[in-house]
Design a protein around this ligand. Structure first.
Ligand code: NAD
Length: 506
């Protein structure tokens, strides 16, 4: 295989089709930028439908043989892939930090979460066992089988260049499907490295393919007749569009969308612990996590002390390039996005929220062209304000004040998003009520970012997920398989021929 150093050139990135790099036929390209200094590091092709057709054709051709490969052999290739991902940790973290901007430590953590999905998928022979019942009728047995669907596709966002693709394709491929991945055009390189390593692990050509691009490529995927299932992660408007379009074209779809994650802080919470947790959950990775806490709901008299503790800690958060030692918060993904987040801060001020920490104007010496913003904190935000209603996806934390726990639950449940939430309290009773009544898919109790491990499933509720099934864990296996139920009789001379009517007795 090519050394990762080859990928680290300023060349145009290739597609990965049928086990090798191929140039796109499309003549449209996008720039991949290093957000810490604003320079273009490589170019990415923006695929047209001919490029998508080529990738799907390779995946379709590889499907019959891969489907027939015993699951234990598929699992062994995944185990080897996991070992290679681990061996290339530094290459991945470097690529993630270079194209996304997050710190190397945060990149390493996200890689680890992805590797755990590969680990989960390596147990697939056990996960694909169906059910069996003897004598469901006289002399009749019944069993169910989980079978692959065919060509599956994944479309992923910029904020987790490795982890989110790994939520999808290891599980799909372990189940016997073939796959076409379209990573975010802002962070395309890590997916190419994964493809090379998967081949090195023994994956047959065509089972995993990588294409690049924007809406044109996405639309070609959504409407392609040979793609049977589609996994999407991204913003809510695009998730809804993807869900509706792909479903209209006969695919099963899981489309995970955006978020507005609340932390409810009760007056009995340990406020130092809570403030530390909220700094990590609100600002690290520049707030560009779908599970980032973006709204704090301070109950009763928790507010004043909590806001002051967050302000003091956030003001000292070291900002800079993600590969620099000691940095805790890197840049935002693009100049356009940085300016959009800054305009939300302007809007919050004009709508009357109290800006207690202003991250606009943050400068990083030697990186003046980087897309940096400092941490910002708003207090006395109300539910009608734009900075509460919109997903800002930046290092901006808003604090709302409520008088009672009931009001806090009502506020969270009224929000159209339902990805993650957390409660901070010392009361087991309050925590138990919260987890029971809250209408959100992933809940933390004194855990600010309650991302489920790979052997549970990840997904939100309401406008944070279109579709029924979450990613990875058993819901991932369910998504990437079809159930077939077989009813069997082996008639011997002593068994009466079946009657003509539906039987009324077993
Ligand atoms: P995005 O919606 O802009 O892009 C996601 C994918 O859709 C990309 O591959 C992109 O190329 C494609 N895309 C963009 N615009 C499109 C269009 N008009 N038509 C068709 N396809 C299009 O999201 P992003 O900015 O890359 O990522 C950030 C968003 O993702 C945030 O809203 C965040 O909350 C969400 N996210 C959600 C989860 C989750 O688990 N729910 C996880 C990570 C990120």
């Amino acid at each position: 295989m090519n050394k990762p150093a080859d990928i680290h050139s300023t060349e145009t990135i290739a597609l990965w089709i049928d086990g090798k790099k191929q140039a796109a036929t499309s003549k449209r390209f996008g720039d991949v930028t290093n957000p810490a200094n604003g320079t273009t590091v490589r170019r990415v092709p923006l695929c047209n439908s001919a490029d998508i057709n080529a990738a799907v054709a390779a995946a379709q051709a590889a499907f019959p043989e891969w489907r027939a490969t015993p699951s234990i052999r598929r699992a062994r290739i995944l185990t080897r892939f996991r070992e290679l991902l681990e061996a290339h940790r530094q290459d991945f973290t470097r690529l993630i930090t270079e194209e996304h901007g997050k710190t190397l430590a945060d990149a390493a953590g996200s890689l680890q979460r992805g590797i755990e999905v590969v680990e989960f998928a390596s147990g697939v022979p056990h996960l694909l066992k169906g059910e069996h019942a003897e004598d469901v009728g006289r002399g009749i047995d019944c069993h169910s089988m989980l079978q692959p669907i065919g060509v599956c596709a994944g479309i992923t966002p910029f904020n987790f260049p490795v982890m989110v693709p790994l939520w999808m394709f290891p599980v799909a491929i372990a189940c016997g499907n073939t796959f076409v991945l379209k990573p975010s055009e802002k962070v395309p390189s890590a997916s190419m490295l994964m493809a090379e390593l998967f081949k090195e692990a023994g994956l047959p050509d065509g089972v995993f393919n990588v294409v690049h691009g924007d809406k044109e490529a996405v639309d070609a995927i959504l409407t392609h007749a040979d793609i049977k299932a589609l996994s999407f992660v991204g913003s809510t408007p695009i998730a809804k569009y993807v869900y509706e379009t792909a479903a209209r074209h006969g695919k099963r779809v899981q489309a995970l969308g955006g978020a507005k994650n609340h932390a409810v802080v009760l007056p009995d919470a340990d406020l130092d612990f809570t403030a530390d947790a909220l700094i990590g959950a609100g600002y690290v990775s520049a707030g560009e996590r779908c599970m980032a806490i973006s709204a704090v709901v301070a109950v009763g008299d928790a507010g004043d002390a909590l806001v002051e503790k967050i302000r003091m800690k956030a003001a000292k958060l070291p900002i800079g390039p993600g590969d620099q030692h000691g940095v805790e918060m890197g840049p935002l993904i693009t100049r356009v996005h940085r300016d959009k987040v800054a305009s939300y801060i302007d809007k919050g001020v004009s709508e009357g929220a109290k800006l207690v920490l202003d991250g606009r104007g943050a400068k990083v010496a030697g990186h003046e062209q980087g897309f940096f913003l400092g941490a910002s904190l708003f207090d006395h935000v109300t539910p009608e304000m734009t900075i509460y209603k919109d997903e800002i996806f930046g290092p901006v934390l808003v604090v709302l004040r409520v008088n009672t726990f009931d009001e806090a639950i009502e506020l969270v449940n009224s929000n159209p998003y339902g990805n993650g939430t957390a409660i901070f309290t010392r009361s087991g009773g309050a925590a138990r009520r919260f987890q029971n009544e809250i209408e959100v898919g992933m809940v933390g109790v004194n855990v600010p970012i309650p991302v489920p491990m790979a052997f549970f499933s990840f997904g939100g509720w309401k406008n944070s997920l279109f579709g029924d099934l979450h990613v990875h864990g058993m819901e991932g296996v369910t998504f990437y398989t079809r159930t077939k139920v077989v009813t069997t009789r082996w008639p011997a001379g002593d068994v009466a021929a079946p009657g003509l009517n539906m039987p009324t007795l077993g």
